[in-house]
Design a protein around this ligand. Structure first.
Ligand SMILES: Cc1cc2nc3c(=O)[nH]c(=O)nc-3n(C[C@H](O)[C@H](O)[C@H](O)COP(=O)(O)OP(=O)(O)OC[C@H]3O[C@@H](n4cnc5c(N)ncnc54)[C@H](O)[C@@H]3O)c2cc1C
Length: 578
Protein backbone atom coordinates (compact mmCIF):
# COMPACT_ATOMS: atom_id res chain seq x y z
CA UNK A 1 0.00 0.00 0.00
CA UNK A 2 0.91 3.65 -0.29
CA UNK A 3 3.22 2.96 -3.19
CA UNK A 4 3.83 5.26 -6.10
CA UNK A 5 5.47 3.78 -9.14
CA UNK A 6 7.15 5.99 -11.66
CA UNK A 7 7.56 4.32 -15.01
CA UNK A 8 10.96 5.08 -16.40
CA UNK A 9 10.45 4.06 -19.99
CA UNK A 10 8.16 5.49 -22.59
CA UNK A 11 5.33 3.05 -23.06
CA UNK A 12 2.87 3.21 -25.87
CA UNK A 13 0.20 1.96 -23.56
CA UNK A 14 -0.17 0.19 -20.29
CA UNK A 15 -2.40 -2.63 -19.36
CA UNK A 16 -3.41 -4.15 -16.11
CA UNK A 17 -3.84 -7.87 -15.82
CA UNK A 18 -7.49 -6.88 -15.73
CA UNK A 19 -7.39 -5.17 -19.09
CA UNK A 20 -8.66 -1.62 -19.13
CA UNK A 21 -11.41 -0.29 -21.28
CA UNK A 22 -9.74 3.10 -21.30
CA UNK A 23 -7.06 3.92 -23.77
CA UNK A 24 -4.16 5.36 -21.85
CA UNK A 25 -1.12 6.63 -23.61
CA UNK A 26 1.30 6.46 -20.76
CA UNK A 27 4.37 8.65 -20.94
CA UNK A 28 7.52 8.32 -18.87
CA UNK A 29 5.90 10.68 -16.38
CA UNK A 30 2.96 8.40 -15.68
CA UNK A 31 2.51 7.79 -11.96
CA UNK A 32 0.95 4.55 -10.88
CA UNK A 33 -0.62 4.66 -7.43
CA UNK A 34 -2.85 2.33 -5.54
CA UNK A 35 -5.38 2.54 -2.75
CA UNK A 36 -8.26 0.55 -1.35
CA UNK A 37 -10.70 3.34 -2.11
CA UNK A 38 -10.40 6.35 -4.40
CA UNK A 39 -12.78 9.24 -3.80
CA UNK A 40 -13.17 11.75 -6.63
CA UNK A 41 -14.30 15.15 -5.37
CA UNK A 42 -13.53 16.92 -2.11
CA UNK A 43 -16.89 18.52 -1.27
CA UNK A 44 -19.34 17.37 1.40
CA UNK A 45 -19.95 13.93 -0.08
CA UNK A 46 -16.28 13.28 -0.83
CA UNK A 47 -14.98 14.47 2.53
CA UNK A 48 -17.50 12.40 4.48
CA UNK A 49 -17.01 9.30 2.35
CA UNK A 50 -13.22 9.52 2.64
CA UNK A 51 -13.47 9.83 6.43
CA UNK A 52 -15.96 6.98 6.71
CA UNK A 53 -13.87 4.71 4.48
CA UNK A 54 -10.81 5.59 6.54
CA UNK A 55 -12.66 4.92 9.82
CA UNK A 56 -13.48 1.49 8.44
CA UNK A 57 -9.85 0.67 7.79
CA UNK A 58 -9.45 1.53 4.12
CA UNK A 59 -6.43 3.23 2.62
CA UNK A 60 -7.95 6.19 0.77
CA UNK A 61 -6.87 8.59 -1.96
CA UNK A 62 -9.01 11.71 -2.35
CA UNK A 63 -8.77 13.63 -5.63
CA UNK A 64 -9.85 17.26 -5.88
CA UNK A 65 -9.52 19.18 -9.09
CA UNK A 66 -9.52 22.63 -7.54
CA UNK A 67 -6.64 24.02 -5.46
CA UNK A 68 -8.92 23.76 -2.43
CA UNK A 69 -11.56 21.38 -1.14
CA UNK A 70 -15.10 22.33 -0.17
CA UNK A 71 -17.13 22.59 -3.40
CA UNK A 72 -20.70 23.83 -3.10
CA UNK A 73 -20.78 22.50 0.46
CA UNK A 74 -18.45 25.31 1.46
CA UNK A 75 -20.78 27.90 -0.12
CA UNK A 76 -23.88 26.57 1.58
CA UNK A 77 -25.71 27.95 4.58
CA UNK A 78 -24.81 24.76 6.44
CA UNK A 79 -28.39 23.94 7.37
CA UNK A 80 -29.71 20.37 7.48
CA UNK A 81 -32.88 18.85 8.86
CA UNK A 82 -32.52 15.89 11.22
CA UNK A 83 -35.02 14.18 13.49
CA UNK A 84 -34.47 12.71 16.93
CA UNK A 85 -31.18 14.48 17.66
CA UNK A 86 -29.77 15.33 21.07
CA UNK A 87 -30.23 19.00 20.15
CA UNK A 88 -33.96 18.48 19.70
CA UNK A 89 -34.14 16.46 22.91
CA UNK A 90 -32.46 19.30 24.80
CA UNK A 91 -35.05 21.71 23.40
CA UNK A 92 -37.87 19.34 24.39
CA UNK A 93 -38.81 18.61 20.78
CA UNK A 94 -40.19 15.18 19.97
CA UNK A 95 -39.60 14.23 16.35
CA UNK A 96 -39.18 11.10 14.26
CA UNK A 97 -37.35 10.13 11.05
CA UNK A 98 -40.69 8.90 9.69
CA UNK A 99 -42.18 12.39 9.98
CA UNK A 100 -39.07 13.90 8.41
CA UNK A 101 -39.36 11.46 5.49
CA UNK A 102 -42.99 12.43 4.91
CA UNK A 103 -42.09 16.12 4.91
CA UNK A 104 -39.29 15.55 2.39
CA UNK A 105 -41.58 13.56 0.10
CA UNK A 106 -44.43 16.09 0.06
CA UNK A 107 -43.01 18.87 -2.22
CA UNK A 108 -42.42 16.35 -5.02
CA UNK A 109 -46.00 15.08 -4.61
CA UNK A 110 -44.44 11.75 -3.58
CA UNK A 111 -42.89 11.30 -7.03
CA UNK A 112 -39.31 10.80 -5.84
CA UNK A 113 -37.79 7.54 -4.61
CA UNK A 114 -39.04 6.72 -1.16
CA UNK A 115 -36.18 4.30 -0.42
CA UNK A 116 -33.67 7.13 -0.82
CA UNK A 117 -35.73 9.50 1.31
CA UNK A 118 -36.21 6.90 4.07
CA UNK A 119 -32.47 6.27 4.09
CA UNK A 120 -31.78 9.98 4.35
CA UNK A 121 -34.28 10.49 7.16
CA UNK A 122 -32.97 7.52 9.16
CA UNK A 123 -29.32 8.60 8.89
CA UNK A 124 -29.62 12.38 9.23
CA UNK A 125 -29.47 12.29 13.04
CA UNK A 126 -26.28 10.19 13.01
CA UNK A 127 -24.63 12.70 10.70
CA UNK A 128 -25.45 15.60 13.02
CA UNK A 129 -24.11 13.74 16.08
CA UNK A 130 -20.99 12.48 14.25
CA UNK A 131 -20.12 15.96 13.01
CA UNK A 132 -20.79 17.32 16.48
CA UNK A 133 -18.16 14.90 17.82
CA UNK A 134 -15.72 16.08 15.15
CA UNK A 135 -16.22 19.68 16.25
CA UNK A 136 -19.07 21.16 14.18
CA UNK A 137 -21.13 23.42 16.45
CA UNK A 138 -24.82 23.02 15.65
CA UNK A 139 -27.63 25.39 16.52
CA UNK A 140 -31.18 24.09 16.33
CA UNK A 141 -33.22 26.79 14.58
CA UNK A 142 -36.42 27.39 16.51
CA UNK A 143 -37.06 30.99 15.41
CA UNK A 144 -39.43 30.00 12.63
CA UNK A 145 -40.66 26.81 11.07
CA UNK A 146 -39.03 26.21 7.70
CA UNK A 147 -41.45 25.93 4.82
CA UNK A 148 -42.49 22.30 4.44
CA UNK A 149 -41.05 21.14 7.77
CA UNK A 150 -43.64 20.08 10.32
CA UNK A 151 -41.25 20.42 13.25
CA UNK A 152 -38.24 22.39 14.47
CA UNK A 153 -35.46 20.23 13.09
CA UNK A 154 -33.21 22.51 11.03
CA UNK A 155 -29.69 22.34 12.44
CA UNK A 156 -27.36 25.10 11.32
CA UNK A 157 -23.60 24.92 11.72
CA UNK A 158 -21.96 27.94 13.31
CA UNK A 159 -19.87 29.39 10.49
CA UNK A 160 -22.23 27.72 7.98
CA UNK A 161 -21.03 25.37 5.22
CA UNK A 162 -17.52 26.85 5.30
CA UNK A 163 -17.08 25.76 8.92
CA UNK A 164 -18.44 22.25 8.25
CA UNK A 165 -15.93 21.75 5.45
CA UNK A 166 -13.11 23.20 7.56
CA UNK A 167 -13.80 20.71 10.36
CA UNK A 168 -13.98 17.81 7.89
CA UNK A 169 -10.84 18.89 6.03
CA UNK A 170 -8.87 19.22 9.29
CA UNK A 171 -9.96 15.70 10.18
CA UNK A 172 -8.97 14.41 6.73
CA UNK A 173 -5.44 15.77 7.15
CA UNK A 174 -5.24 14.24 10.63
CA UNK A 175 -5.80 10.72 9.25
CA UNK A 176 -2.70 8.88 8.11
CA UNK A 177 -4.63 6.54 5.83
CA UNK A 178 -6.01 9.34 3.63
CA UNK A 179 -3.89 10.96 0.93
CA UNK A 180 -5.25 14.15 -0.65
CA UNK A 181 -4.23 15.20 -4.15
CA UNK A 182 -5.28 18.78 -4.89
CA UNK A 183 -5.41 20.27 -8.40
CA UNK A 184 -5.67 16.71 -9.61
CA UNK A 185 -8.84 16.17 -11.63
CA UNK A 186 -10.04 12.64 -12.08
CA UNK A 187 -10.21 12.13 -15.84
CA UNK A 188 -11.88 8.74 -16.17
CA UNK A 189 -12.67 5.36 -14.72
CA UNK A 190 -10.59 2.23 -15.23
CA UNK A 191 -12.58 -0.92 -15.78
CA UNK A 192 -12.18 -4.55 -16.63
CA UNK A 193 -13.68 -5.81 -19.85
CA UNK A 194 -16.81 -6.74 -17.97
CA UNK A 195 -17.10 -3.19 -16.63
CA UNK A 196 -15.93 -3.72 -13.06
CA UNK A 197 -14.41 -0.44 -11.95
CA UNK A 198 -10.83 -0.98 -10.78
CA UNK A 199 -9.48 2.51 -10.49
CA UNK A 200 -9.28 5.95 -12.03
CA UNK A 201 -7.10 8.07 -14.22
CA UNK A 202 -6.20 11.59 -13.19
CA UNK A 203 -3.93 14.41 -14.19
CA UNK A 204 -1.83 16.38 -11.77
CA UNK A 205 -0.98 20.07 -11.86
CA UNK A 206 2.11 19.42 -14.00
CA UNK A 207 0.02 17.63 -16.58
CA UNK A 208 1.32 14.22 -15.55
CA UNK A 209 -1.03 11.30 -15.96
CA UNK A 210 -1.78 9.36 -12.81
CA UNK A 211 -3.24 5.88 -12.83
CA UNK A 212 -4.72 4.89 -9.49
CA UNK A 213 -5.70 1.30 -8.99
CA UNK A 214 -8.36 0.77 -6.37
CA UNK A 215 -10.77 -1.84 -5.13
CA UNK A 216 -13.59 0.69 -5.09
CA UNK A 217 -14.16 4.15 -6.48
CA UNK A 218 -16.54 6.74 -5.05
CA UNK A 219 -17.82 9.45 -7.36
CA UNK A 220 -18.42 12.63 -5.36
CA UNK A 221 -18.00 15.09 -8.21
CA UNK A 222 -21.35 16.88 -7.72
CA UNK A 223 -23.76 17.89 -10.48
CA UNK A 224 -23.39 19.92 -13.66
CA UNK A 225 -24.50 23.45 -12.74
CA UNK A 226 -21.18 24.86 -14.00
CA UNK A 227 -21.34 23.04 -17.33
CA UNK A 228 -23.09 25.34 -19.83
CA UNK A 229 -23.58 22.64 -22.43
CA UNK A 230 -25.19 20.19 -20.03
CA UNK A 231 -27.32 22.98 -18.55
CA UNK A 232 -28.59 23.93 -22.00
CA UNK A 233 -29.33 20.31 -22.76
CA UNK A 234 -31.08 19.32 -19.55
CA UNK A 235 -32.33 22.49 -17.81
CA UNK A 236 -32.58 25.33 -20.35
CA UNK A 237 -35.32 27.01 -18.28
CA UNK A 238 -32.87 28.28 -15.65
CA UNK A 239 -29.81 29.08 -17.77
CA UNK A 240 -30.52 32.83 -17.64
CA UNK A 241 -30.20 32.80 -13.85
CA UNK A 242 -27.14 34.16 -12.08
CA UNK A 243 -24.81 31.16 -11.59
CA UNK A 244 -24.07 30.96 -7.87
CA UNK A 245 -22.53 27.57 -8.44
CA UNK A 246 -19.39 25.76 -7.38
CA UNK A 247 -16.91 25.99 -10.28
CA UNK A 248 -16.06 22.30 -10.05
CA UNK A 249 -19.62 21.17 -10.78
CA UNK A 250 -18.98 20.35 -14.43
CA UNK A 251 -20.73 17.00 -14.60
CA UNK A 252 -17.94 14.66 -15.72
CA UNK A 253 -18.73 12.07 -13.05
CA UNK A 254 -22.18 11.66 -14.55
CA UNK A 255 -20.75 11.34 -18.06
CA UNK A 256 -18.25 8.62 -17.04
CA UNK A 257 -20.90 6.60 -15.23
CA UNK A 258 -23.30 6.84 -18.16
CA UNK A 259 -20.56 5.55 -20.46
CA UNK A 260 -20.45 2.46 -18.26
CA UNK A 261 -24.19 1.99 -18.66
CA UNK A 262 -25.32 3.81 -15.50
CA UNK A 263 -28.87 5.06 -15.35
CA UNK A 264 -29.65 8.72 -14.62
CA UNK A 265 -32.78 10.33 -13.22
CA UNK A 266 -34.32 13.74 -12.60
CA UNK A 267 -31.80 15.41 -14.90
CA UNK A 268 -34.00 18.49 -15.28
CA UNK A 269 -34.31 19.07 -11.53
CA UNK A 270 -32.44 21.95 -9.92
CA UNK A 271 -32.28 24.32 -7.00
CA UNK A 272 -32.32 28.03 -7.61
CA UNK A 273 -33.02 30.97 -5.34
CA UNK A 274 -35.11 34.09 -5.65
CA UNK A 275 -35.16 36.85 -4.67
CA UNK A 276 -31.62 38.06 -5.27
CA UNK A 277 -30.72 41.66 -6.04
CA UNK A 278 -30.30 42.15 -9.78
CA UNK A 279 -27.67 44.79 -9.01
CA UNK A 280 -25.45 43.28 -6.30
CA UNK A 281 -26.53 39.66 -6.90
CA UNK A 282 -26.77 39.25 -3.12
CA UNK A 283 -29.46 36.91 -1.84
CA UNK A 284 -32.29 38.88 -0.27
CA UNK A 285 -34.32 38.08 2.83
CA UNK A 286 -36.96 35.62 1.61
CA UNK A 287 -39.12 36.24 4.64
CA UNK A 288 -40.08 39.64 3.17
CA UNK A 289 -42.26 37.73 0.72
CA UNK A 290 -43.64 35.45 3.40
CA UNK A 291 -44.57 38.45 5.54
CA UNK A 292 -46.51 40.20 2.79
CA UNK A 293 -44.21 41.58 0.08
CA UNK A 294 -45.25 40.95 -3.53
CA UNK A 295 -43.48 40.46 -6.85
CA UNK A 296 -44.36 42.68 -9.81
CA UNK A 297 -42.94 42.23 -13.30
CA UNK A 298 -41.99 44.91 -15.83
CA UNK A 299 -45.53 44.74 -17.27
CA UNK A 300 -46.59 46.01 -13.84
CA UNK A 301 -48.39 42.78 -13.01
CA UNK A 302 -48.07 40.19 -10.27
CA UNK A 303 -47.32 36.74 -11.64
CA UNK A 304 -47.24 34.21 -8.79
CA UNK A 305 -48.29 33.35 -5.28
CA UNK A 306 -45.21 34.72 -3.52
CA UNK A 307 -45.55 32.25 -0.65
CA UNK A 308 -43.60 29.54 -2.47
CA UNK A 309 -40.24 27.94 -1.79
CA UNK A 310 -37.25 30.03 -2.89
CA UNK A 311 -36.35 27.55 -5.60
CA UNK A 312 -39.84 27.54 -7.11
CA UNK A 313 -39.81 31.34 -6.96
CA UNK A 314 -36.55 31.34 -8.93
CA UNK A 315 -38.31 29.65 -11.84
CA UNK A 316 -41.19 32.17 -11.78
CA UNK A 317 -38.91 35.22 -11.61
CA UNK A 318 -36.56 34.07 -14.36
CA UNK A 319 -39.55 33.54 -16.66
CA UNK A 320 -40.53 37.23 -16.52
CA UNK A 321 -39.63 39.74 -19.25
CA UNK A 322 -35.93 40.60 -18.97
CA UNK A 323 -35.59 37.81 -16.36
CA UNK A 324 -36.33 40.33 -13.62
CA UNK A 325 -39.10 41.49 -11.33
CA UNK A 326 -39.58 44.02 -8.55
CA UNK A 327 -40.00 42.94 -4.97
CA UNK A 328 -42.44 45.45 -3.50
CA UNK A 329 -42.90 45.85 0.23
CA UNK A 330 -44.81 48.16 2.49
CA UNK A 331 -44.06 49.88 5.79
CA UNK A 332 -44.93 46.83 7.93
CA UNK A 333 -42.81 44.36 6.00
CA UNK A 334 -39.99 46.92 5.92
CA UNK A 335 -40.12 47.36 9.69
CA UNK A 336 -39.60 43.63 10.22
CA UNK A 337 -36.65 43.43 7.82
CA UNK A 338 -33.35 43.83 9.61
CA UNK A 339 -31.39 43.93 6.33
CA UNK A 340 -33.33 46.95 5.02
CA UNK A 341 -30.62 49.38 6.07
CA UNK A 342 -28.04 47.36 4.16
CA UNK A 343 -30.24 47.33 1.06
CA UNK A 344 -30.43 51.11 1.33
CA UNK A 345 -26.65 51.40 1.73
CA UNK A 346 -26.17 49.14 -1.28
CA UNK A 347 -28.32 51.54 -3.31
CA UNK A 348 -30.81 48.88 -4.37
CA UNK A 349 -33.85 50.19 -2.46
CA UNK A 350 -36.43 52.60 -3.97
CA UNK A 351 -38.85 54.32 -1.60
CA UNK A 352 -42.12 56.19 -2.30
CA UNK A 353 -45.31 57.27 -0.59
CA UNK A 354 -47.72 56.20 -3.31
CA UNK A 355 -47.91 53.36 -5.82
CA UNK A 356 -47.75 55.84 -8.70
CA UNK A 357 -44.59 57.46 -7.34
CA UNK A 358 -43.00 54.06 -6.75
CA UNK A 359 -43.85 52.96 -10.30
CA UNK A 360 -42.33 56.11 -11.69
CA UNK A 361 -39.11 55.63 -9.73
CA UNK A 362 -38.60 52.11 -11.07
CA UNK A 363 -39.85 52.83 -14.58
CA UNK A 364 -43.14 50.90 -14.41
CA UNK A 365 -46.68 51.95 -15.26
CA UNK A 366 -48.27 54.18 -12.58
CA UNK A 367 -51.86 53.20 -13.33
CA UNK A 368 -50.86 49.55 -13.40
CA UNK A 369 -49.19 49.82 -10.01
CA UNK A 370 -52.27 51.53 -8.53
CA UNK A 371 -54.35 48.62 -9.77
CA UNK A 372 -51.94 46.02 -8.35
CA UNK A 373 -52.09 47.73 -4.94
CA UNK A 374 -55.89 48.03 -5.03
CA UNK A 375 -56.27 44.35 -5.88
CA UNK A 376 -53.85 43.36 -3.16
CA UNK A 377 -55.72 45.38 -0.55
CA UNK A 378 -58.93 43.71 -1.69
CA UNK A 379 -57.29 40.29 -1.34
CA UNK A 380 -56.18 41.16 2.19
CA UNK A 381 -59.78 42.06 2.98
CA UNK A 382 -61.26 38.78 1.69
CA UNK A 383 -58.36 36.55 2.73
CA UNK A 384 -57.38 35.30 -0.70
CA UNK A 385 -55.92 37.01 -3.73
CA UNK A 386 -54.63 36.39 -7.22
CA UNK A 387 -52.77 33.11 -7.69
CA UNK A 388 -54.69 31.85 -4.67
CA UNK A 389 -52.36 33.56 -2.26
CA UNK A 390 -53.76 33.06 1.23
CA UNK A 391 -50.67 33.99 3.23
CA UNK A 392 -51.40 37.71 3.42
CA UNK A 393 -50.36 40.59 5.66
CA UNK A 394 -52.82 42.42 7.89
CA UNK A 395 -52.60 45.63 5.89
CA UNK A 396 -50.68 47.34 3.10
CA UNK A 397 -49.60 50.88 3.83
CA UNK A 398 -47.12 53.59 2.89
CA UNK A 399 -44.26 54.10 2.65
CA UNK A 400 -43.64 51.53 -0.07
CA UNK A 401 -40.33 50.15 -1.27
CA UNK A 402 -39.11 48.26 -4.33
CA UNK A 403 -35.99 46.24 -5.13
CA UNK A 404 -35.13 44.95 -8.61
CA UNK A 405 -34.68 41.20 -8.30
CA UNK A 406 -33.73 38.17 -10.32
CA UNK A 407 -32.91 34.51 -9.62
CA UNK A 408 -29.78 32.49 -9.13
CA UNK A 409 -28.96 28.87 -9.88
CA UNK A 410 -27.25 26.92 -7.08
CA UNK A 411 -27.03 23.27 -7.98
CA UNK A 412 -28.54 20.59 -10.15
CA UNK A 413 -30.53 17.78 -8.60
CA UNK A 414 -30.43 15.07 -11.24
CA UNK A 415 -27.77 12.47 -11.71
CA UNK A 416 -26.64 8.89 -11.45
CA UNK A 417 -29.08 6.34 -10.09
CA UNK A 418 -27.81 4.56 -6.98
CA UNK A 419 -29.28 2.03 -4.59
CA UNK A 420 -29.52 2.65 -0.87
CA UNK A 421 -26.02 1.17 -0.47
CA UNK A 422 -24.76 4.02 -2.72
CA UNK A 423 -23.81 1.57 -5.47
CA UNK A 424 -24.23 2.85 -9.02
CA UNK A 425 -26.96 1.09 -10.99
CA UNK A 426 -27.23 0.38 -14.68
CA UNK A 427 -30.42 1.00 -16.64
CA UNK A 428 -31.42 -2.65 -16.06
CA UNK A 429 -30.94 -2.25 -12.30
CA UNK A 430 -27.68 -4.21 -12.23
CA UNK A 431 -24.94 -2.88 -9.93
CA UNK A 432 -21.75 -1.55 -11.55
CA UNK A 433 -19.22 -3.37 -9.43
CA UNK A 434 -16.60 -1.26 -7.73
CA UNK A 435 -18.45 2.03 -8.27
CA UNK A 436 -20.22 4.06 -5.60
CA UNK A 437 -21.61 7.58 -5.83
CA UNK A 438 -22.85 10.19 -3.37
CA UNK A 439 -24.11 13.76 -3.26
CA UNK A 440 -24.95 16.05 -6.15
CA UNK A 441 -23.60 13.61 -8.75
CA UNK A 442 -26.56 11.33 -7.97
CA UNK A 443 -30.31 11.40 -8.47
CA UNK A 444 -31.88 13.91 -6.09
CA UNK A 445 -35.11 13.50 -4.18
CA UNK A 446 -36.55 17.01 -4.00
CA UNK A 447 -38.41 16.67 -7.26
CA UNK A 448 -38.54 14.45 -10.29
CA UNK A 449 -37.98 17.53 -12.46
CA UNK A 450 -38.03 21.31 -12.16
CA UNK A 451 -37.32 23.60 -9.23
CA UNK A 452 -39.17 22.03 -6.28
CA UNK A 453 -36.72 21.90 -3.39
CA UNK A 454 -36.74 21.46 0.32
CA UNK A 455 -34.11 23.29 2.37
CA UNK A 456 -31.36 20.97 3.50
CA UNK A 457 -31.87 18.20 0.96
CA UNK A 458 -28.63 18.98 -0.91
CA UNK A 459 -26.36 18.70 2.11
CA UNK A 460 -28.24 15.73 3.53
CA UNK A 461 -27.86 13.88 0.25
CA UNK A 462 -24.12 14.59 0.24
CA UNK A 463 -23.48 13.72 3.88
CA UNK A 464 -25.74 10.69 4.29
CA UNK A 465 -24.82 8.98 1.04
CA UNK A 466 -21.19 10.03 1.53
CA UNK A 467 -21.28 8.13 4.82
CA UNK A 468 -22.94 5.09 3.25
CA UNK A 469 -20.63 5.06 0.22
CA UNK A 470 -17.52 5.34 2.41
CA UNK A 471 -18.61 2.58 4.78
CA UNK A 472 -19.61 0.20 2.00
CA UNK A 473 -16.61 0.89 -0.21
CA UNK A 474 -14.35 0.06 2.74
CA UNK A 475 -16.34 -3.03 3.67
CA UNK A 476 -16.32 -4.52 0.19
CA UNK A 477 -12.65 -4.54 -0.69
CA UNK A 478 -11.69 -7.14 -3.22
CA UNK A 479 -8.29 -8.23 -4.28
CA UNK A 480 -7.90 -6.49 -7.59
CA UNK A 481 -4.71 -7.68 -9.22
CA UNK A 482 -2.50 -4.64 -9.16
CA UNK A 483 0.36 -5.77 -11.37
CA UNK A 484 1.08 -3.39 -14.19
CA UNK A 485 2.69 -4.81 -17.29
CA UNK A 486 4.06 -3.01 -20.28
CA UNK A 487 2.95 -3.46 -23.83
CA UNK A 488 4.53 -6.45 -25.54
CA UNK A 489 7.73 -5.53 -27.37
CA UNK A 490 7.50 -8.52 -29.68
CA UNK A 491 8.42 -7.73 -33.30
CA UNK A 492 6.45 -9.34 -36.13
CA UNK A 493 7.12 -9.38 -39.87
CA UNK A 494 5.30 -6.57 -41.66
CA UNK A 495 2.34 -7.64 -43.80
CA UNK A 496 -1.34 -8.55 -43.66
CA UNK A 497 -2.20 -12.04 -42.45
CA UNK A 498 -5.45 -13.97 -42.23
CA UNK A 499 -6.37 -16.45 -39.53
CA UNK A 500 -9.21 -18.69 -38.44
CA UNK A 501 -10.75 -19.41 -35.04
CA UNK A 502 -13.86 -21.16 -33.76
CA UNK A 503 -16.68 -19.02 -32.29
CA UNK A 504 -19.90 -20.23 -30.67
CA UNK A 505 -21.84 -20.80 -33.89
CA UNK A 506 -19.11 -21.12 -36.48
CA UNK A 507 -15.74 -19.91 -37.73
CA UNK A 508 -14.33 -16.45 -37.05
CA UNK A 509 -12.08 -15.13 -39.79
CA UNK A 510 -9.70 -12.26 -39.17
CA UNK A 511 -7.14 -10.24 -40.95
CA UNK A 512 -4.22 -8.83 -38.93
CA UNK A 513 -2.08 -6.02 -40.32
CA UNK A 514 1.47 -5.64 -39.03
CA UNK A 515 3.44 -2.49 -39.72
CA UNK A 516 6.86 -1.47 -38.37
CA UNK A 517 6.90 -4.79 -36.53
CA UNK A 518 3.78 -4.05 -34.46
CA UNK A 519 0.15 -5.15 -34.70
CA UNK A 520 -1.60 -2.18 -36.30
CA UNK A 521 -5.11 -3.51 -36.89
CA UNK A 522 -7.30 -6.53 -36.29
CA UNK A 523 -10.30 -6.85 -38.61
CA UNK A 524 -12.93 -9.55 -38.34
CA UNK A 525 -14.37 -10.11 -41.79
CA UNK A 526 -16.74 -12.90 -40.95
CA UNK A 527 -18.30 -14.60 -37.94
CA UNK A 528 -21.57 -16.41 -37.22
CA UNK A 529 -22.12 -15.53 -33.55
CA UNK A 530 -25.05 -13.46 -32.27
CA UNK A 531 -24.19 -9.88 -33.36
CA UNK A 532 -25.74 -8.21 -30.25
CA UNK A 533 -23.30 -10.10 -28.03
CA UNK A 534 -20.36 -10.78 -30.32
CA UNK A 535 -19.87 -7.44 -32.04
CA UNK A 536 -19.03 -5.36 -28.99
CA UNK A 537 -16.75 -8.10 -27.62
CA UNK A 538 -14.94 -8.25 -30.97
CA UNK A 539 -14.53 -4.48 -31.00
CA UNK A 540 -13.17 -4.37 -27.44
CA UNK A 541 -10.78 -7.27 -27.91
CA UNK A 542 -9.51 -6.07 -31.28
CA UNK A 543 -8.69 -2.66 -29.80
CA UNK A 544 -7.00 -4.30 -26.85
CA UNK A 545 -4.86 -6.57 -29.01
CA UNK A 546 -3.75 -3.56 -31.05
CA UNK A 547 -3.03 -1.61 -27.87
CA UNK A 548 -0.80 -4.19 -26.24
CA UNK A 549 0.63 -5.68 -29.44
CA UNK A 550 -0.39 -9.15 -28.33
CA UNK A 551 -3.35 -11.56 -28.53
CA UNK A 552 -2.86 -12.43 -24.83
CA UNK A 553 -5.85 -10.46 -23.59
CA UNK A 554 -8.59 -11.14 -21.06
CA UNK A 555 -11.78 -12.52 -22.56
CA UNK A 556 -14.98 -10.47 -22.39
CA UNK A 557 -17.30 -12.08 -19.87
CA UNK A 558 -20.65 -13.03 -21.38
CA UNK A 559 -18.95 -13.57 -24.76
CA UNK A 560 -16.49 -16.33 -23.87
CA UNK A 561 -16.72 -18.38 -27.07
CA UNK A 562 -16.50 -15.36 -29.36
CA UNK A 563 -13.56 -14.02 -27.35
CA UNK A 564 -11.67 -17.31 -27.46
CA UNK A 565 -12.47 -17.71 -31.16
CA UNK A 566 -11.14 -14.26 -31.96
CA UNK A 567 -7.97 -14.78 -29.93
CA UNK A 568 -7.44 -18.13 -31.63
CA UNK A 569 -7.91 -16.53 -35.07
CA UNK A 570 -5.43 -13.72 -34.34
CA UNK A 571 -2.85 -16.22 -33.05
CA UNK A 572 -3.42 -18.29 -36.17
CA UNK A 573 -2.80 -15.23 -38.36
CA UNK A 574 0.32 -14.19 -36.45
CA UNK A 575 1.90 -17.64 -36.93
CA UNK A 576 2.77 -16.44 -40.42
CA UNK A 577 4.27 -13.22 -39.05
CA UNK A 578 6.81 -14.86 -36.73
C1 LIG B 1 -24.78 29.02 -2.65
C2 LIG B 1 -25.29 27.67 -2.25
C3 LIG B 1 -25.98 27.54 -1.04
C4 LIG B 1 -26.47 26.29 -0.66
N1 LIG B 1 -27.10 26.15 0.56
C5 LIG B 1 -27.51 24.92 0.97
C6 LIG B 1 -28.04 24.70 2.29
O1 LIG B 1 -28.07 25.57 3.13
N2 LIG B 1 -28.49 23.46 2.61
C7 LIG B 1 -28.40 22.43 1.72
O2 LIG B 1 -28.79 21.31 2.03
N3 LIG B 1 -27.85 22.58 0.49
C8 LIG B 1 -27.39 23.80 0.11
N4 LIG B 1 -26.81 23.95 -1.12
C9 LIG B 1 -26.61 22.75 -1.94
C10 LIG B 1 -25.44 21.93 -1.37
O3 LIG B 1 -24.38 22.80 -1.10
C11 LIG B 1 -25.02 20.84 -2.35
O4 LIG B 1 -26.14 20.07 -2.69
C12 LIG B 1 -23.98 19.93 -1.71
O5 LIG B 1 -22.96 20.70 -1.13
C13 LIG B 1 -23.39 18.98 -2.73
O6 LIG B 1 -22.30 18.31 -2.13
P1 LIG B 1 -21.31 17.47 -3.05
O7 LIG B 1 -20.24 16.96 -2.18
O8 LIG B 1 -22.08 16.52 -3.86
O9 LIG B 1 -20.73 18.55 -4.07
P2 LIG B 1 -19.65 19.68 -3.79
O10 LIG B 1 -19.66 20.13 -2.40
O11 LIG B 1 -19.84 20.70 -4.86
O12 LIG B 1 -18.28 18.91 -4.03
C14 LIG B 1 -17.91 18.36 -5.27
C15 LIG B 1 -16.40 18.47 -5.39
O13 LIG B 1 -15.95 17.66 -6.46
C16 LIG B 1 -14.92 18.35 -7.14
N5 LIG B 1 -14.80 17.76 -8.47
C17 LIG B 1 -15.70 17.79 -9.48
N6 LIG B 1 -15.23 17.11 -10.55
C18 LIG B 1 -14.02 16.61 -10.19
C19 LIG B 1 -13.03 15.83 -10.87
N7 LIG B 1 -13.18 15.43 -12.14
N8 LIG B 1 -11.91 15.48 -10.21
C20 LIG B 1 -11.69 15.90 -8.92
N9 LIG B 1 -12.58 16.68 -8.25
C21 LIG B 1 -13.74 17.02 -8.87
C22 LIG B 1 -15.39 19.79 -7.12
O14 LIG B 1 -14.34 20.69 -7.40
C23 LIG B 1 -15.93 19.89 -5.70
O15 LIG B 1 -14.93 20.27 -4.79
C24 LIG B 1 -26.29 25.17 -1.52
C25 LIG B 1 -25.58 25.31 -2.72
C26 LIG B 1 -25.07 26.55 -3.08
C27 LIG B 1 -24.27 26.67 -4.36
Amino acid sequence: MNKIYKLSVVLLSIVMTFTLTLNISAQDDTNIMEADVVVIGGGGAGLVSALKASENGADVILLEKMAYMGGATMLSAGIIPAAGTSFQAEAGIVDTPEQLALDILRPSHYSVRQDLVDTIALNAGDIVEWMDELGVKWNLLTGFLYKGQSNYRMHQAEGQGAEITKVLIDEIYARDNIRVLLETPGTGLLTTNDDRVIGVTAENVSGEIIVIKADNVILATSGFAANDEMMKKYIPEITAAYPRVAPGATGEGIVWAVKLGADVANMDAYQGYAPISNITKDSLDLSMLYRGAILVNTNTARFTDEYLGYSELSAHVINQPGNIAYLVLDKNVAEGTSALEKYEEDGILFKADTPAELAEKIGLDSEGMKEVFANYREAIKVGEGRFNRTKLPENWEAPFYAIEVTSDLRHTQGGIVINTDAQVLKTDGEVIKGLYAAGGVTEGFSSSGGPAYMSGNGLLQAFVFGKIAGENAAANLIEVEKEVSAVSDKVYKDGTYTGLGRGLHGPIEVSVRVSNGKIKSVTVFSHEDTPEIADSAIEKLSEKIEEINSPDVEIVSGATYTSNGLIEAVKDALKNAE
